[in-house]
Design a protein around this ligand. Structure first.
Ligand SMILES: Cc1cc2nc3c(=O)[nH]c(=O)nc-3n(C[C@H](O)[C@H](O)[C@H](O)COP(=O)(O)O)c2cc1C
Length: 200
C-alpha cells in the first residue's frame, strides 16, 4: 500500500476526518490508500517488557502487527488527530506506544527502513500558542520509529463541534495546497526508489 492514512480521532465524521478526506482528495493518480482508525482496532497497551529490544517483535498479538507491516511498506503516511489534554486521544497513543518494536529494530537491531514521508493534521478547540507542541513532538518520534521523515503539518485552532471545520473554506484550502505538495513529493520518492532498484 503506497499511502497509509491514520484517522486518529475516536469521533467519526468529526473535524479530523473532514481534514483527512480533504487531504486525500488531492492524491491524483495515487491509487493505493489504506485508512487505519486506531479507535476501531484491537490494540493492547504496550507492557514495557522490552522483549522487542532483542527480538524486534512484540509479545502481544493483535491488529498492530498488520498495521506495522503497512507502515513499513508504504511511501507516505498522513496522520489526522485532535488534541486531547495537549496530547493524542488514548487509542492513538496506544497505537504509537506499540511502535516500540519498530523503534527497537531501528535503534537496537540496526535495521534500515526504506525512505518515506509523513504529514500531520491536527485540530484543537482552544487557541493557545503551545496547543500543538505535544502532538507535534510525539508525531516526530512516532514517524522516526519506522524511518519516516516528518515533512509537514497543518494545525487548526478553535474547532470543537463535530465536523464544523468543513465550514472553514480557508482551512480546507490550506489543506489542499499542502496535500498537493505532499503528494508531489511522494511521486518523486516513488521515482527515486524506482531508479535505485533499476541500478542495483
Ligand atoms: C477528552 C477530550 C480532551 C480534549 N482536550 C483538548 C485540549 O487539551 N485542548 C483543546 O484545545 N481541545 C481539546 N479538546 C477538543 C478537541 O480537540 C476538539 O473538539 C476537536 O475538534 C476534536 O476533533 P474531532 O472532531 O476530529 O474529534 C478535547 C476534547 C476531548 C473530547
Amino acid at each position: 500500500m503506497e499511502i497509509i492514512a491514520i484517522m486518529g480521532s475516536p469521533r467519526r465524521g468529526g473535524n479530523c476526518e473532514v481534514l483527512l478526506d480533504e487531504f486525500l482528495r488531492e492524491r491524483g493518480k495515487i491509487q493505493e490508500v489504506k485508512t487505519l482508525i486506531p479507535a476501531q482496532m484491537d490494540i493492547g497497551f504496550c507492557r514495557g517488557c522490552r522483549s522487542c529490544e532483542s527480538t524486534g517483535h512484540c509479545v502481544l498479538s493483535d491488529d498492530m502487527q498488520g498495521a506495522a507491516d503497512l507502515l513499513m511498506g508504504c511511501k507516505g503516511v498522513i496522520l489526522s488527530a485532535p488534541v486531547f489534554f495537549y496530547g493524542f486521544p488514548a487509542s492513538m497513543k496506544a497505537f504509537i506506544d506499540r511502535m516500540q518494536f519498530l523503534w527497537s529494530r531501528k535503534y537496537f537491531l540496526k535495521k534500515q527502513f526504506e525512505e518515506k514521508k509523513g504529514f500531520l493534521l491536527s485540530v484543537g478547540a482552544t487557541r493557545g500558542k503551545r496547543l500543538f507542541e505535544g502532538v507535534k513532538l510525539t508525531t516526530r518520534y512516532f514517524f522516526d520509529s519506522f524511518g519516516c521523515e516528518y515533512s509537514g503539518d497543518a494545525f487548526f485552532r478553535g474547532f470543537d463541534r463535530k465536523g464544523e471545520i468543513a465550514q472553514c473554506g480557508e482551512c480546507l484550502q490550506e489543506v489542499r495546497i499542502k496535500a498537493t505538495d505532499f503528494f508531489t513529493s511522494i511521486i518523486k520518492l516513488r521515482g527515486a526508489a524506482g531508479e535505485r532498484s533499476e541500478n542495483t
